[in-house]
Design a protein around this ligand. Structure first.
Ligand SMILES: Nc1ncnc2c1ncn2[C@@H]1O[C@H](COP(=O)(O)OP(=O)(O)OP(=O)(O)O)[C@@H](O)[C@H]1O
Length: 979
């Protein structure tokens, strides 16, 4: 390296190979390297180098990334070095967003109306579904959708019929043709069209990219055929291309990503300067070792070196849990433990939970919600997919582009205008048959200029005319004014729309149970629109550079740009950039986590059927997915596997074959002890300051367990042995738990406990997250919202229980407002009763405190051990218990079942009593209301089986109610006899 290079600040943070890549003079540079080796870092530095040292104009550089999030991060990094002015000028974004900008500016040269809209996935699916139904095609609409998409991705979009290879089902071609016609009529482009039409544009009108000096592509291994063509076409003027990629991280095969593109590049550009980066800067050595063990099972892969720069660090964990619900609870407890034990050094922001599929989020979300931990989701459904927001967006789409049939169809009867689904369907069909837009058809109907084949009653016509057509036409005028008159803005347009629709009242009548939350979302939508107006006030930022003699359309409609921004923001959550940024745990699909990193990563549900996925065609790609997930971790990596899958206790699962061969050798069975040496290594890898022991201990809450010992390490399937039923703490509405009498319960009508119709706590998954999303953080789900959902579900369950009780009065002596604890039973793992806490590894005391003790100073109890007091000898119940071998539940006054560890928070050394009172009929009492305890039978008179059930019920109540929240592990709970 020359002295000039050594002094250059861009190069100072790079190793030799990275520097070579950044400064290479070759036209084509291919950087192929493993995860965490600094590929993105190098690519960003090369952009800076090309601007600062080579003298390229920022607007002559195109940088394509794979996700919106990655684009934003790269922009930020570049902005920090080159300044915001330069950052804005670089054409940087996803392939789709770059294509949209070019099509909007130059699309007229290929006959495209610059006011085109974007059909998102939902729109495409709906259109295809209608076509299949209309023609009675014997094809699955989902399959047709992906068939069409694949075809377009492979670059055959413009001539579907010319494909030599006949499709298995000829209806597919017909469906494709109609679908395409429909999009054209509605002036819509779907995601694939954006790329296809951009290829067409750049081929037919190369002048529009004649200024491009360099094209840089991140995550190259996931580009597909059409993206490869685009890359080449963008670079056609100077042929300068830099790509970074890793074949081991190719995970988008299902989206037609072509790993072969790597070989194509080397073939098409034989002079390519190939550079490999061999040092991993991200992860600890043990995380890297275990990740490499996973990927090296693929013998066909392209071998490359990847060496850790960091020390070993904590051993990755592979934890087995009884059920998916227990897995969620364990993840929560482990997150809390890590955050607490690292003091302020780690926050919830440092934690990611990466899922093979979005539907696996349900148990995790439930556990986080129960614990009150806020989180954000990436890769699931988003803010813009909430019902109320979709309605507003459809109105805005209709205003911007009334020929958008789908948007019009969705709002014809929203708010209700008495037009039924059948009429709407007929109208759409009529419009499609007449090859005219729905909007034109409706106008003709209402103006009486068309003899309708579809009958609409005159009353409906009038409503349509006054409520929909006039509204849209008026707002169109206003939208036009926004463009012409800067005084009018997008927000006021939306406000007018809201008032004309009486949207607040509409939400109140349509969604009486959660209209307030929905109205809050609407407010949030307004503030997003406001932010958009503010951020894109300068239209120049959006424009491509002027090229001599090349005509460019200036997309000056802020509404159009706002809608495009919404459509293309599908894989990004807008971060809250407000002053008080909350520390949020991230839940993400593995796909959406590509290119990102977190200090702590959890990969739940590592079982066959989940990863590899049961429907996956390419096992190697599934292995690469797991590899991508594992290599996102910097210092702590946790894999977990329940005994039963997320479908419930009926689906026993096996550990993933990708880890089972070396599970015991490579992984720890439970979370590491966070002792000082471990903390120090973590601090060193992350380059953060480690708080003092004293500072950490001062913040530890009472009853806090410093070890990962709240869940059995080897859970046993006690289902059959215990005769418990097989749910996981929730069951579908209407199904009944087995009566305890059948289980040998004391056959007395007092204990003939009636069912509580316990509902599952959460119906949300990442796919249906909209109803649980917190208004103040777009796309983020608040724990509060979950709590509300939980309370609502519980209230409903209570009501149903009371109603049922009214019918069955006499079967139980519980009062109407009392609920059976038995509803909670199966959520508690019976095997825990036999669980022994690990010896040793108790929490270390801060050295200063030890010293104080030794010197006879004030005796602060920083930790203590409790164990069960000796049993009262010779009592009747002890005998009974011995006789029946039911030793799992003690029959003595309140105490712990097992020895356990806890920490006192008070200087007085007091520990909150670990006991709970309850009435025999099942009502759990908190200490505060102990005086109203009305137990009619003594504990002693219950059978051991009954006691055990009640014990578990109480234990779970504690967890659910949040009482003794740090101590909710069931075996810590004591029982108190009350007569
Ligand atoms: N030379 C370097 N010195 C120190 N840290 C580095 C260096 N190069 C990269 N890093 C750091 O390593 C981490 C990983 O870098 P980066 O995200 O660029 O890797 P990557 O190869 O793109 O990873 P992946 O393929 O997994 O997305 C980042 O935190 C980055 O700041």
């Amino acid at each position: 390296m020359s002295t000039a290079q050594a002094e250059n600040p861009i190069l100072r943070s790079l190793n030799a190979a990275q520097r070579r890549a950044v400064t290479s003079n070759a036209s084509t540079v291919a950087i192929l390297a493993g995860p965490g080796s600094g590929k993105t870092h190098t690519l960003t530095s090369r952009v800076v180098w090309l601007v600062q040292q080579t003298g390229y104009q920022p607007s002559d550089i195109v940088v394509a990334t794979f996700t919106v999030k990655a684009a934003r991060e790269m922009k930020e990094r570049i902005g920090k070095v080159l300044g915001p002015e330069c950052e804005r000028k670089i054409v940087l974004g996803t392939f789709h967003s770059i294509a949209r900008r070019y099509l909007s500016a130059y699309g007229k040269h290929i006959g495209l109306d610059s006011k085109f809209g974007i059909a998102d996935d939902g729109d495409s699916r709906a259109i295809i579904q209608r076509i299949c139904k209309r023609h009675d095609f014997n094809i699955d609409p989902g399959f047709a959708r992906s068939w069409i998409s694949k075809k377009k991705a492979k670059g055959h979009a413009t001539e579907p019929a010319s494909n030599k290879k006949q499709p298995e089902n000829p209806s597919l071609n017909e469906c494709y043709r109609e679908y395409q016609e429909h999009l054209e009529r509605s002036n819509l482009l779907d995601y694939d069209d954006l790329l296809v039409r951009c290829v067409e544009l750049l081929r037919e009108y190369p002048a529009c990219v004649s200024n491009i000096q360099a094209v840089l592509i991140d995550e190259y291994q996931d580009t597909n055929g059409i993206q490869y063509d685009l890359m080449k076409l963008f670079a056609q003027a100077r042929q300068r291309i830099t790509i970074v990629g890793d074949p081991d991280q190719s995970i988008y095969g299902w989206r037609s990503a072509e790993i072969r593109n790597l070989y194509r590049l080397l073939r098409d550009y034989p002079e390519t300067d190939e550079i490999s980066l061999e040092e991993n800067y991200r992860s600890s050595q043990s995380i890297l070792d275990v990740s490499l063990t996973v990927i090296q099972q693929d013998k066909k892969r392209y071998q490359k070196v990847l060496l850790p720069v960091h020390t070993k660090g904590a051993r990755p964990v592979l934890r087995k849990l009884k059920s998916s619900a227990a897995e969620g609870d364990w993840i929560v407890s482990e997150i809390k433990r890590a955050v607490m034990m690292f003091g302020d050094m780690l926050t919830y922001e440092d934690v990611a939970i990466l899922l093979r599929s979005a539907s696996l989020s349900r148990h995790i979300e439930a556990a986080l919600g129960k614990a009150g931990l806020a989180y954000r989701m990436i890769g699931g459904h988003k803010f813009y997919e909430r019902k109320e927001i979709k309605i507003l967006l459809d109105y805005l789409r209709a205003i911007y582009q009334p020929d958008n049939n789908d948007a019009i169809a969705r709002i014809i009867n929203v708010p209700r205008r008495g037009i039924g689904d059948t009429t709407i369907k007929r109208l759409i069909e009529e419009a499609e048959q007449q090859k005219m837009s729905l909007w034109s058809l409706l106008r003709k109907h209402c103006q009486g200029t068309r003899k309708a084949t579809t009958k609409i009653l005159p009353k409906m016509e009038q409503k349509l005319n006054t409520e929909l057509l006039r509204l849209i036409s008026n707002l169109q005028t206003q939208a036009q004014q926004i463009t012409e008159n800067s005084q009018q803005d997008l927000v006021s347009l939306i406000e007018k729309l809201l008032s004309q629709l009486n949207f607040k009242q509409y939400l109140e009548s349509e969604y009486p149970e959660d209209h307030e939350q929905r109205w809050q979302s609407v407010q949030e939508f307004l503030s997003l629109a406001n932010d958009f107006v503010r951020d894109s006030a300068n239209l120049e930022d959006e424009l491509l550079p002027e090229i001599e003699n090349v005509d460019q359309v200036k997309d000056d409609s802020i509404l159009g740009r706002f809608l495009a921004n919404v459509a293309l923001a599908s894989d990004a959550q807008k971060n809250d950039d407000g002053a008080e940024k909350k520390s949020l745990i991230t839940i993400s699909t593995i796909h959406a986590a590509k290119g990102l990193e977190w200090p702590i990563v959890f990969v739940p549900s590592v079982y066959a059927g989940s990863i590899p996925h049961s429907r996956a065609e390419d096992l190697d790609e599934e292995r690469r997915l797991l590899y991508v997930a594992m290599t996102r971790a910097q210092v702590l990596l946790y894999l977990s596997c329940p005994l039963y899958g997320s479908q419930g206790m009926g689906t026993k699962v096996e550990l993933s074959p990708f880890v089972s061969p070396f599970a015991s050798a490579a992984f720890a069975k439970q979370g590491t002890s966070f002792n000082r040496p471990v903390l120090e290594v973590v601090a060193k890898i992350l380059g953060r300051d480690l708080p003092s022991e004293k500072a950490i201990f001062a913040k530890l809450p009472a009853m806090f367990s410093p070890e990962d010992n709240l869940f059995p390490v080897d859970p046993v399937d006690t289902r059959d042995a215990e005769g418990l039923d097989d749910s996981e703490g929730y069951r579908p509405k209407g199904t009944k738990r087995q009566r305890l009498n059948n289980q040998g319960y004391n056959n007395d009508d007092e204990e003939a406990v009636e069912e509580r119709p316990w509902q599952k706590e959460y119906s949300t998954t990442m796919e249906q997250a909209s109803s649980f999303t917190m208004a103040s953080l777009p796309g983020f789900v608040s724990a509060g919202a979950h709590q509300n959902a939980l309370s609502a579900a519980a209230a409903e369950a209570e009501k149903a229980a009371a109603a049922k009780k009214a019918v069955k009065m006499g079967t139980t002596r519980r009062k109407a407002d009392q609920t059976s604890l038995l509803g909670f039973l199966p959520a508690v793992d019976p095997s825990l009763a036999k669980h022994k806490l690990a010896s040793g590894n108790a929490l270390n005391r801060p050295s200063s405190i030890k010293k104080e003790d030794e010197e006879g100073g004030s005796k602060k109890r920083y930790h203590c051990f409790s164990s069960s007091p000796p049993r009262p000898a010779g009592t009747e119940d002890v005998k009974e218990e011995t006789a029946t071998q039911e030793a799992s539940v003690p029959d003595r006054p309140a105490s712990s079942f097992h020895r356990t560890t806890f920490v006192s928070a008070t200087a007085r050394g007091g520990v909150r009593p670990t006991r709970a009172a309850f009435s025999t009929s099942g009502r759990m009492l908190k200490p505060a209301d102990a005086s109203i305890s009305t137990s009619t039978r003594s504990w002693r008179n219950l059978s051991p089986q009954s006691r055990r059930y009640i014990a578990y019920g109480v234990a779970t109540c504690l967890a659910v109610d949040g009482y003794l929240v740090y101590n909710y592990a069931p075996w810590i709970v004591g029982l108190e006899k009350r007569d």
